[in-house]
Design a protein around this ligand. Structure first.
Ligand SMILES: [Zn+2]
Length: 222
C-alpha cells in the first residue's frame, strides 16, 4: 500500500478493466498518474471516457500519441483493412491481438515512472484474457517486472496487476462497489457510435455483467 500519497502510474485505456483499476488505485490513496495510449484503435470513445474518469477523480492524466505504431503492428484492432470478427471462438479473437501491446505500453509507463519518481506501475491484466493475450499472463507480468527493475536500476519497482487472478465478472463487481458509472467505459473493438453487441469483446462484456449480477447499462446496437 502507498506511503504518504506515493505516486503511481496507471495504464488506463478507458475500458472496463483499466477504469476499475484507476478507481481501485485511487481508493488506496495512491497519487495516480494515468497514461492513455493513442495507438490507432478504431474507436475514440475509450479515450474520451478515460479523460472523463480522470477529471472526475481529479487525477493527473497524460495521453501518449503513438499512432504511428499502427503502421508496424498487424491487428484487427488497428488496421482498417482487417475486420473485427463476430463470434466467440479463440481463433477469431486471435486477429484482435496487437503483438506485444502491453510490453510496449509497460515499457513507456516504466520510463514515465522513473521520470516522476514512481515505484509502482499498475495495469489491468486479468485471468479472462490469459488464453488469447500472452502479455496478460502472470509469467509475463513477473518477467516484465524483473526487466523493468534492471532497466531502471531499481529493485523497488513493482509492476502491479491486482486483477491478475480475477475474471471479468470479478472486475465488474469490484468496479460496481467503487461506484463506477460503467456506461462511461468502452469495450467494443469496432468504431461505432454504440457498442456493437456482437464482437468478442462486447460478448465478454455482456457476460461479465450477467455473471456478476450487476445491471448492464451499456447501450448495444443489437
Ligand atoms: Zn462490439
Amino acid at each position: 500500500m502507498p506511503q504518504d500519497n506515493e505516486p503511481a502510474v496507471v495504464i488506463l485505456s478507458g475500458g472496463l478493466d483499466s477504469t476499475t483499476l484507476l478507481y481501485y488505485a485511487h481508493s488506496y490513496d495512491w497519487d495516480v498518474h494515468a497514461l492513455t495510449f493513442l495507438y490507432g484503435q478504431k474507436h475514440s470513445k475509450e479515450v474520451e471516457y478515460a479523460r472523463h474518469h480522470c477529471e472526475k477523480l481529479q487525477v493527473k492524466h497524460r495521453i501518449v500519441d503513438v499512432r504511428n505504431l499502427a503502421d508496424l503492428l498487424r491487428s484487427a484492432l488497428i488496421n482498417p483493412d482487417m475486420a473485427v470478427p463476430d463470434g466467440n471462438g479463440e481463433r477469431s479473437q486471435q486477429t484482435t491481438v496487437v503483438p506485444g501491446r502491453n510490453a510496449i505500453f509497460l515499457s513507456i509507463a516504466t520510463g514515465y515512472a522513473g521520470s516522476i519518481g514512481a515505484r509502482n506501475v499498475f495495469y489491468g491484466a486479468h485471468a479472462s484474457d490469459f488464453g488469447v493475450y500472452p502479455d496478460c499472463r502472470p509469467a509475463f507480468v513477473n518477467s516484465f517486472e524483473q526487466t523493468a527493475r534492471l532497466a531502471l536500476d531499481s529493485a523497488l519497482l513493482q509492476v502491479r496487476a491486482p486483477f491478475l487472478l480475477c475474471d471479468k465478472a470479478g472486475i465488474v463487481r469490484i468496479g460496481n462497489a467503487l461506484g463506477i458509472d460503467f456506461a462511461r467505459t468502452w469495450t467494443c473493438y469496432r468504431g461505432g457510435e454504440k457498442h456493437c453487441g456482437t464482437c468478442n469483446s462486447c460478448r465478454e462484456r455482456r457476460k461479465a455483467f450477467s455473471d456478476a449480477q450487476v445491471e448492464d447499462r451499456t447501450e448495444y446496437a443489437e
